[in-house]
Design a protein around this ligand. Sequence first.
Ligand code: GLC
Length: 447
Amino acid sequence: MYLEQGEVIDEIITKIRAGRITRRTFLERAIAVGLSSTAAVSLLEACGGTSNSTTGGGQTVNINYLERDTNGVYAGLVNDFNAQNNGVHVTYNSNAPAQTDQLLTLLTTMLRARGSSIDVMPMDIIWPPEFGANGWTVPLDDKWPASDRANYLPGPLAGCTYNGKVWAAPYRTDAGLIYYRTDIIKTAPTTWEQMTSMAKANAPSKAKYGYLWQGKQYEGLVCDFTEVLYGYGGSVLDPNNPKSVTVNSPEGVAALTLMTSWVGGISPSAVTTYNEPDTLASWQNGDAVFARNWPYQYALSNDPKSSKIAGKFEVHNMLYGGSNTTGHSSLGGWQLGINAFSKNPDAAWKFIQHQLAQPAQKTFAVQLSLTSTLLSIYDDPDVLKANPFFAKLKPVFQTAQPRPVTPFYPDVSNAIQVRIHNALTGQASPSAALAGLTSDLQAIVNK
Ligand code: GLC
């Protein structure tokens, strides 16, 4: 669908520029493939060279940008960019899949076909090595001076670097947080065991459920599982030797045993089908004492228009368990990459610079509570006023850990998703699931 839409748009852009179709045909075909009439008109203006959308003597270049938007903030930033009339017009498609795995399928289908229907792509922090190895994005080293990169968080930049090149520009980072209801409990727990018993003590008496998280078989489950595992001091692969699989350890068994006990206990049985939007909806409805989600949940839960618990919750950094003493968030986050097959990589970079710059970064932070990659945002008084929890995030980012770092990440992730989900749904015991996962992973990392 997206690919077809992009292809049709590419084709009509070429034809209108060559004068081979009328404005009316252009609009009809753009609307037929799903563009709103406003988007179709602005695309037409960009291609037709009206005074509204061209620079001095040159022709305006159109680029296509895909990014999910449910509240108009991204669309507003695109409009700001387009209003600059700087020779680049962005045609924005907000209808991207909500789930990272589905977005990956969509993009890799386009890229394997060397398609260019999307010029600027949102990329999850776990993808740059794969995209870099395949040459699917344009390296940014020459476009983005190191002196400017130094103004951004080093962790996400490291995640975008593969084989010595920067394959995407991080524009928001992410770290898992524990949300808790301040109208139900006064002090946040620090360990997984404490959280479990506090959830039992307060649900269902004060809220329907104790704890909401992401137990569906997808990428989000890898984040949730590794956070509990890392909290117990376990690991998936040996950080010093990524060919050594370490997941089936006493710490691993303790972590997974506790997680399986949550299903149908402090968490609804259906948590094994929950992703982030499911967690958010139930949390906003006031259904739970605790929830695990990313920072974006903060702004949406604090908005009385969409949430019954505005002003009644706080966030805490990730918990720990067993004999360990530090919690570790899973490091997430999103970057913008330039499609290597784009016909307009320089125009694409111009738009990415707009999204990386302070005004856009501040908009993301204030309006959406997205954790910026631009360091100065964390000292901005307006940001701290809108989202006071930003002041607590430094140690969260300092202790956050990546998901297993390996060139075989997609296979590793898939094996974790399947085996952990089997344990959560009672198809395998925690130790059988981890033994199975070990043999899957060993075969993958020995490839
Ligand atoms: C968030 C994170 C991303 C992660 C995803 C899992 O979007 O930023 O890194 O892969 O959640 O669902």
